[in-house]
Design a protein around this ligand. Structure first.
Ligand SMILES: Cc1cc2nc3c(=O)[nH]c(=O)nc-3n(C[C@H](O)[C@H](O)[C@H](O)COP(=O)(O)OP(=O)(O)OC[C@H]3O[C@@H](n4cnc5c(N)ncnc54)[C@H](O)[C@@H]3O)c2cc1C
Length: 284
């Protein structure tokens, strides 16, 4: 289908984009890569009168080093994030997750910030963001605020970004030297995950000193599996120890049931995929 008619503006600064948002209010919608928004418009599930395109705002693109964190601009395409050496060095889990995100076309158009702002619980970037303790820089006409990953994802397709605000960048604490793995379970290639597990670990000798674990599609938001993280700390990276810790993967989850699998099946997957992801991240 063809979207309903809309007016279009492509500002070159965040301030101008915020001014356009303030002017058009509920009648406006931001577009980033358009990979999720355009299907919504074409199906006429939403019909904004104004589309505000962030594509010409250069300050929202790129990856930079900021001391103890790396900073990823919201409009940085997935393909650029996936190939970035700073990301690979300090947040390898993101590199691993992007490898599994959609196909090459979507990775070139879709953006890091757009995917996180869209907040699909089956999206591949929320779980790594939670596992790495990322924080989200959100700008509005009143200024800028930073929201931690634990508070950013509010519910299904709902984040802490207000109607009159823009996600400008994502700060990821450096996890230099940590092993990482993203284990995604799909029925066919390039699909959204039925369940996926993001795991990153810091090894000391043969033992797991610290771990960050995130779950995709095990609830209405990406979930941090803190029970597994606690159970892994100080344990050897052996099949038995990791298997025991992975049993806690379903703590605090509320997996959906749909045509791809019911909640029990997803719970089983979460435990199995957690074990696989942690062992791979630990290099075991
Ligand atoms: C065929 C196909 C397969 C896909 N497979 C996967 C997959 O396997 N895994 C996966 O994770 N994703 C997948 N995606 C989605 C992809 O990751 C999209 O890039 C992403 O969901 C949306 O990013 P975007 O930049 O295209 O945002 P858009 O579609 O432009 O916007 C999405 C939403 O976020 C809002 N928004 C965007 N940027 C901002 C911002 N900076 N501040 C505030 N609000 C903002 C928009 O208003 C809109 O509501 C797939 C998409 C397609 C088309």
């Amino acid at each position: 289908m063809i979207p309903a008619a809309f007016d279009y503006v492509a500002p070159t600064s965040v301030e101008d984009a915020l001014a356009a948002l303030a002017e058009h209010g509920d009648d406006a919608k931001i577009i980033a890569g358009g990979q999720s928004l355009l299907p919504v418009l074409r199906m006429r599930l939403n019909a904004p009168e104004w589309i505000i395109d962030l594509g010409r705002i250069e300050s929202l693109r790129g990856v930079r080093d900021d001391g103890d964190a790396i900073v990823i601009g919201a409009m940085t395409p997935h393909a650029v994030v996936g190939a970035d050496p700073l990301v690979a060095e300090h947040a390898l889990l993101i590199t691993k997750a992007v490898e599994h995100l959609a196909d090459a076309q979507v990775r070139h158009r879709g953006t890091f910030g757009g995917a996180l702002a869209h907040a699909d619980p089956a999206g591949d970037l929320g779980a790594p963001a939670r596992a790495l303790g990322a924080s989200f820089v959100i700008q509005g006409s009143g200024g800028t605020r930073t929201v931690g990953a634990d508070d950013f994802f509010v519910d299904l397709f709902e984040t802490a970004i207000g109607e009159d605000e823009i996600l400008t960048e994502v700060r990821v604490p450096k996890h230099t030297g940590w092993g990482a793995h993203y284990e995604k379970f799909v029925r066919v290639a390039h699909q959204w995950p039925i369940v996926a597990v993001a795991a990153t670990v810091r090894m000391e000798g043969d033992a797991i000193a610290e771990a960050g674990i995130g779950l995709t599609n095990m609830g209405s938001t990406p979930i941090r599996a803190s029970g597994v993280e606690d159970a892994l700390a100080g344990q050897p990276a052996t099949e038995d120890a990791v298997h025991a810790a992975a049993e806690r993967a379903t703590d605090g989850t509320n997996p959906p049931s749909d045509l791809n699998g019911d909640a029990d099946y997803r719970s089983h997957l979460a435990r199995v995929l957690t074990r696989r992801a942690v062992l791979a991240a630990a290099g075991a």
